[in-house]
Design a protein. Structure first.
Length: 319
């Protein structure tokens, strides 16, 4: 399923028409540690080679491209139709959920700038509190994921800083929040990488779900006010959002798997965890933005059903 080079150029022109800043050092720092940079290197290529390619370009676009390719491979494996041309990229939509923007040559899937950094940092913070069983037959015997974990009070304050930083929509917010200690435990690193990948993949798989279901074949549009100006976005009803969630959950989990080992069970559990982490963060972000004075118009998009209902629907699907 080849990517549309023409639509990629449309996205670049669309992005640049808003005079958005190039990639800052905060994003470069996050990208340097992202799992896709480590996993997708070609022989002889270094992480710094990749960083030099994306410097002065568009944020985490390299990662978005990798996730898009993963989702499109899953779509092809299921033999599902896409019904048009699509391209995914970062853009400051001011929405926690990805959005579909109608352009002359197809549809752009727009992920809010900073969303992936936020998910990554939240997961790292969660790993500070996770405990792993020392003995699988005795769950009471456990050890902390990280020996140098932040104290609980600092974890709470760091979480609050992450939420307010993300909601600020300011380019340098990742640099202004406190530094989360790097993970050192093998199990916490593996859990973090898998859950973050599942969460980020679900965001895009949901949008592709709209395309597969035909919601974007001849969509109505609405004018959405973003932090950088008005944008025409595709309007989808709540029933369509639930349908896209189901398709996204299906693409994320893939074909029915035979679980014979603990490792196979771990992979499935991580895949299932991604959507629920996303819904929980969506609910929290929306609540904070609505309750704090000055943030009521930030990161609020009301065209999606409440996250609690979406979470329940996906839970029923997986059952």
């Amino acid at each position: 399923m080849p990517r549309s080079a023409k639509l990629e150029q449309v996205y670049r022109s669309f992005h640049d028409s808003f005079n958005l800043p190039k990639t800052g050092e905060a994003v470069i720092d996050e990208l340097r540690r992202h799992k896709y940079v480590q996993a997708e290197l070609i022989p002889g290529e270094t992480v710094e080679d990749v960083i030099n390619e994306v410097r002065n370009t568009r944020g985490m676009q390299w990662v978005v491209d990798q996730i898009s390719e993963d989702v499109e491979r899953a779509i092809k494996k299921f033999g599902l139709p896409l019904n048009g041309d699509y391209y995914a990229g970062e853009f400051p939509t001011g929405s926690f959920n990805a959005q579909a923007c109608v352009v002359s040559d197809g549809i752009l899937f727009l992920l809010n700038t900073g969303l992936m950094i936020f998910i990554n940092k939240v997961s790292k913070l969660i790993m500070q509190a996770v405990q792993f069983a020392v003995d699988v037959h005795d769950a009471k015997r456990s050890s902390p994921a990280e020996s140098g974990a932040l104290p609980y009070e600092d974890q709470i304050e760091a979480f609050a800083e992450l939420i307010l930083g993300y909601l600020s929509s300011e380019e340098d917010w990742p640099q202004r929040v406190r530094r989360i200690p790097p993970m050192t435990g093998r199990r916490s690193i593996a859990l973090h990488a898998k859950v973050v990948n599942s969460c980020e993949t679900f965001v895009l798989a949901h949008e592709y779900g709209h395309a597969i279901a035909g919601h974007l074949s001849n969509p109505r549009t609405m004018t959405s006010r973003t932090p950088v100006g008005d944008v025409e976005l595709a309007y989808k009803g709540q029933a369509e959002e639930f349908e896209a969630d189901r398709i996204g959950a299906m693409l994320l989990l893939g074909e029915t798997r035979v679980i014979d080992t603990r490792e196979q069970l771990f992979d499935v559990q991580c895949d299932v965890a991604g959507p629920f982490l996303f819904f929980a963060l969506d609910q929290l972000i929306t609540r904070v933005a609505m309750e704090i004075k000055g943030l009521a118009s930030t990161s609020i998009v009301t065209d999606h059903p409440p996250s609690k209902q979406r979470m329940q629907a996906v839970r029923e699907y997986y059952h």
